[in-house]
Design a protein around this ligand. Structure first.
Ligand code: GLN
Length: 266
């Protein structure tokens, strides 16, 4: 199981979210408090962050990722110390058994396309046998350009396809969950941001959120003992931005878009 965290709102120094708190994401890489699967998160790490608002429009976020444990990466701490950003998504990874291990930075979240950043905490059982059930409708070109041979990369490819079809972030994640369930189920706690809002699902693993001055943070587990942390009930869809947070059950029975399994949109 991985641990991940997203923030949007007033510009904040990355270290305030990722390295400075007593139970920060870096500490969660070796001593998570709420993790139920796996022990340490040493099979890769990543952070993606957005530049300060640009009058020319949204700018693609930058990323720094690595294949090993975040605690061994000097650059992560240096970036966290000096960079101020209005939005970020960071993760530390514990590779699911049977998937590429800690030798591939490409398997580490956040995954990125355009202005979007994404991460997945969970696992789809029976990998890779279930992959074909989950990936139906994706063409070979998409599969050939997967970031990594992992369930997370496949879920991201599906999400990208739905966003490209004009789905909202909430509709896309709802449909991804519907497809996961249709393919046999699994744990799929997802974080998705465009730097303006965070859309997330709590699906089989822990998730919580907390309001900060001018912003909101959504994370696998609290990074400190502030009473402002709110647990997200399992089975929820969360949408949060600097103005507010909405949590509701993931709409049941969302119908997958790719109804024609030959890969043609129906
Ligand atoms: N199954 C994913 C992977 O192996 C995510 C793992 C996790 O949440 N720990 O990368």
């Amino acid at each position: 199981m991985c641990r991940h965290l997203a923030y949007v709102g007033a510009p904040i120094r990355m270290g305030e979210l990722l390295t400075d708190p007593p139970f920060s994401l870096v500490r969660q890489s070796w001593a998570p408090r709420r993790q139920q699967h796996g022990v340490v998160n040493a099979d890769g790490f990543g952070v993606g962050w957005y530049p300060s608002p640009d009058p020319a429009g949204p700018v693609e976020p930058a990323r720094h990722r690595g294949a090993g444990p975040v605690w061994a990466d000097e650059t992560f701490g240096e970036l966290a110390r000096v960079i101020t950003t209005p939005a970020l998504l960071a993760a530390v990874r514990s590779a699911t058994p049977g998937m590429v291990g800690g030798q591939s930075a490409a398997a580490a979240a956040p995954f990125r396309r355009g202005r979007w950043l994404f991460s997945h905490n969970g696992a789809l059982p029976g990998w890779p046998d279930g992959a074909s059930r989950l990936g139906w409708g994706l063409d070979a070109g998409v599969l050939a350009t997967l970031d990594a041979p992992t369930d997370s990369a496949l879920l991201w490819a599906i999400t990208v396809g739905l966003l490209a079809r004009g789905k909202t972030a909430a509709a896309a994640l709802t449909e991804v969950i519907a497809r996961v369930e249709e393919a046999g189920g699994g744990r799929a706690t997802l974080l998705l941001t465009d730097g303006q809002a965070i859309t997330a699902t709590a699906w089989g693993t822990s998730l919580c959120w907390r309001r900060l001055p001018g912003g909101v943070v959504v994370a696998s587990e609290p990074y400190d003992d502030d009473p402002g942390w709110v647990d997200v009930p399992d089975g929820s869809l969360l949408i949060a931005d600097a103005a507010g947070t909405a949590v509701e059950p993931v709409p049941a029975g969302a119908r997958p878009t790719f109804t024609d399994r030959s890969g043609v949109d129906a």
